[in-house]
Ligand binder design. Structure first.
Ligand code: 13P
Length: 265
């Protein structure tokens, strides 16, 4: 039996962490938790997620219809995005949406996080694709996100932010932290001349560790069609991520570097 009030308190605590870490500005971001079949708790629309108390939290059904909400509070305007994740992923118990600076910058630049640069990111996330742009609060974002839901637990939202989901609220939040840390490291490595990527065999060994640990959730290591065919999986294989912009971006960076070198700069 879930203690609803406890979960409301936990949502407020995670909202505060997201706000305090600068993963959202102003009233941005939203959080939801599944508490029973077709029953969910979610943050209200238009409030700072850093200053919520349990009375703010709304209760909705699987279509986002209000079951309970205190006066003055309405469910998040992005509730349809959350509900699409729960519908497609019965294993998911919590969804977190935020606008962390580095991850959102990659989403704005159109560069998915596909370069294997550090073990923790490879094990926890694999790659993080970008779902194509949609107008917030419409069905466009849920539609754009849907095709990635069976392969990933984290997705960047083009020109918008990031979405993570998992089997608990804490784990969904941790995935958001991991996405942002991965993006921040990748950004700085690019500034330093470009990351030295882990080799295919190093990536394979990390995927094997993930399998041995029996880690929950979806991850390209388990699902990449190449992996199933016994070929090297994901990380730049291009099969799971429909975007080729990371390759384009790297090519542009390489050409720019060569041009600058030839100019003696
Ligand atoms: P809500 O306050 O309606 O949840 O919206 C915040 C947000 O970040 C929209 O993308």
């Amino acid at each position: 039996m879930v203690n609803e009030y406890e979960i409301k308190k936990q949502i407020c605590e995670i909202g505060k962490r997201i706000y305090d870490r600068g993963m959202v500005a102003s009233n941005d971001g939203n959080i939801s938790v599944k508490i029973a079949d077709n029953v969910f708790l979610c943050t209200p629309t238009g409030v700072s997620k850093g200053f919520m108390t349990p009375e703010y939290i709304c209760k909705v059904d699987g279509n986002g219809n209000v079951l309970e909400a205190n006066k003055g509070f309405k469910p998040s305007s992005e509730i349809k995005m959350h509900m699409r994740v729960y519908k497609q992923r019965p294993d998911v118990m919590s969804v977190v949406h935020a606008h962390p600076v580095y991850a959102t910058s990659f989403a704005i630049a159109g560069i998915p996080l596909t370069q294997p640069i550090m073990p923790e990111a490879v094990i926890a996330l694999g790659c993080v694709p970008i779902a194509e742009y949609g107008t917030p609060s419409t069905e466009e974002i849920p539609d754009a996100v849907e095709k990635y839901l069976q392969h990933y637990d984290a997705v960047l939202l083009e020109n918008h932010g990031a979405l993570t989901f998992s089997d608990s609220l804490l784990s969904a939040y941790h995935k958001m932290e991991s996405v942002e840390f991965y993006a921040e490291l990748l950004y700085h490595a690019k500034m330093l001349g470009g990351p030295k990527e882990l080799s295919k065999s190093q990536v394979e060994r990390l995927y094997e560790i993930r399998r041995q640990f029996g880690m929950t959730g979806k991850h390209p290591a388990d699902l990449c069609p190449n992996c199933k065919d016994g070929k090297s999986s994901c990380h730049s294989c291009g099969t799971c991520s429909t975007k080729s912009s990371s390759v384009d971006a790297d090519l542009v960076a390489e050409i720019t570097k060569k041009v600058m070198e030839s100019l003696g700069k």
